[in-house]
Design a binder for this molecule. Structure first.
Ligand code: SF4
Length: 230
């Protein structure tokens, strides 16, 4: 499909020198616990079916998670929380994600991020975010025929995805709506409006402190799945 081609092109991207250097250095030096792994060390493309009606948008791959396994949120603590919740609400075939060939399937859901390469300290620069935006616009355009809802995890993703949605032709109000957990905005567009949901990011910073509980993640996913007709 067009989306598979896009994913293949993304994995070859070297547009951000700082991120190329970091993702490759992490892949070389590894973490002791993963010494046996051959790290992916490249941009991590979106994961999930090309006819998804729900898109989940994170921030960027984790150095020893997606950057190691080559699949979104796979092999890290954020992913543990996200995939458990997806499985609990019936959107994933299993509640754990360990490697790109673990057999995990998503039902009607695709997961992507506005920055496809692992950044130092999980913090991409605004320039890196902007450099990666054309990939997200292309992904949104390819998903357009079936896309009905988007869940955005965290303020960084929110600020990155609204301009991308505008770039892909949805009608994003100005000033742009602010991020908050529980935010829900409806964007006009073709072939149908898009329901966009805000949710705190599933990072350890939020989940270990109880700012974001598994029940809160399930609630957002359930509401969004319903909006997406899943
Ligand atoms: Fe390319 Fe995006 Fe990675 Fe930058 S972050 S190198 S634009 S894939």
């Amino acid at each position: 499909s067009g989306l598979a081609e896009l994913d293949a092109r993304i994995t070859g991207c070297r547009a951000c020198p700082r991120l190329v250097a970091w993702r490759e250095e992490v892949a070389r030096t590894k973490r002791a616990a993963f010494a046996e792994w051959t790290y992916w060390g490249r941009p991590v493309p979106g994961f999930g079916p090309a006819d998804a009606s729900l898109l989940i948008v994170g921030l960027a791959p984790a150095a020893h998670g997606g950057n190691r396994t080559g699949r979104m949120f796979t092999g890290d603590r954020s992913g543990d929380v996200l995939y458990a919740a997806l499985h609990d609400v019936g959107l994933a075939s299993r509640g754990t994600a360990v490697s790109a060939d673990d057999g995990l399937e998503l039902y009607g859901v695709r997961i992507t991020s506005p920055v496809h390469c692992a950044p130092p300290a999980n913090r991409p620069t605004p320039g890196e975010r902007d450099a990666c935006r054309p990939w997200m616009i292309s992904e949104l355009e390819l998903l357009r025929p079936t896309l009905r809802a988007v869940v955005v995890l965290g303020a960084f993703g929110w600020q990155a995805v609204l301009p991308a949605l505008a770039g892909a032709g949805w009608d994003v109000p100005r000033p742009r709506p602010a991020f908050k957990h529980g935010a829900r905005i409806m964007l006009d567009g073709r072939p149908r409006p898009l329901d966009v949901f805000g949710c705190f990011h599933v990072s350890q910073r939020n989940t270990f402190t109880g700012r974001l509980t598994p029940a809160m993640v399930r609630d957002v996913l359930r509401t969004a799945a319903e909006a997406a007709g899943l």
